[in-house]
Design a protein around this ligand. Structure first.
Ligand SMILES: [Zn+2]
Length: 306
């Protein structure tokens, strides 16, 4: 090809791209956005490489730095919500990271998950699914949604202190979500959160998500219907379970919430085997595809006066 031919070819390509963009604009749609599990997988790998990341540790501080750097690379703004909480092992410094992608409305759809790992002294617990998969997913979904035209503001919430410091009894769990909801109640911002999609332990190779009876039924229905349309009903199975997780402070405060979690099927849960061998990028892709497919239905439902 000579220079003129190259110029002609690139001009033609430019015109074609402009026509495509015009067609998209005419149809009134935002260009399709796609969850890239390759990127999510790289985040998961980097987080696991930091090592155990329990609340209050130097390693969770490193984790926060990583999350903030990646959000900055996606041009997504983030603020710290820091506090010291009383745990069975004394006062512990915790930080939720609140990332915001402004939309047409100031009302918010939240996508949340925890980034801490459970403290184990007798083993090296790196939480590939339990802690890394949710944080990695949130980083990639933030990048994707930043490129989308969002009718609602999207808040991507990275929660600290989901794990029990000792045992999941009393208030020794869900420190981050309880703190967030209490603060949002106090400052009056809770009412603008219209829906909350929580992800937790979504990395398992043979991921199996069940409908959680503590989640909000209409939100569960929308997500499971989206999974069926995506032919992912082998991952989003028609079985029930009942889960206590970071969504409960939200549902108890009246925020519709759905927990996407594989608790029953993950043999590696809270063992040293919850490492890179136990997780797969394909599972992250399935959840990404379903959440993105469900989002327009959630938005439509929230826009309908009722
Ligand atoms: Zn856990």
């Amino acid at each position: 090809m000579n220079r003129t031919a190259i110029e002609r070819a690139s001009l033609a390509a430019g015109v074609a791209a402009a026509c495509l963009l015009a067609a998209v604009v005419i149809a009134g749609q935002t260009p399709a956005v796609k969850f890239d599990s390759g990127r999510a997988w790289e985040h998961l790998r980097q987080l696991v490489a930091i090592g155990p990341r329990p609340a209050g540790s130097p390693e969770i501080e490193t984790t926060r730095s990583y999350i903030k750097k990646q959000l900055a690379a996606s041009d997504v703004s983030v603020v710290d919500q820091a506090w010291d909480d009383q745990t069975p092992l004394g006062r512990t410094h915790m930080v939720n990271l609140i990332a915001t992608i402004p939309g047409a409305s100031r009302d918010r759809i939240m996508i949340s998950g925890h980034y801490d790992t459970k403290l184990f002294r007798q083993m090296r617990f790196v939480g590939a699914s339990d802690g890394a998969s949710s944080a990695a997913f949130l980083l990639e979904i933030a990048r994707v949604l930043k490129a989308r035209r969002n009718p609602f503001t999207i808040e991507v919430l990275f929660l600290d202190g989901e794990e029990a410091v000792i045992d999941w009894v009393g208030t020794d769990h869900t420190y981050g979500s309880r703190h967030y909801v209490a603060a949002a109640k106090r400052d009056g911002s809770l009412a603008s959160i219209k829906a909350n999609i929580l992800v937790d332990m979504i990395g398992a190779r043979d991921l199996q998500l069940r409908r959680d009876s503590n989640s909000t039924p209409w939100l569960v229905d929308i997500v499971w219907a989206a999974a069926k349309r995506q032919r992912l009903d082998s991952v989003f199975v028609p079985l029930m379970n009942t889960v206590e997780d970071d969504h409960l402070p939200f549902t108890q405060a009246g925020v519709p919430s759905v927990d996407l979690i594989d608790l029953d099927n993950y043999r590696e849960w809270h063992t040293a085997a919850d490492n890179l061998d136990a997780v797969s990028a394909r599972s992250l892709q399935a959840v990404g595809d379903v959440v993105l497919a469900a989002l327009p239905q959630i938005e439509a439902r929230l826009k309908t006066p009722r």
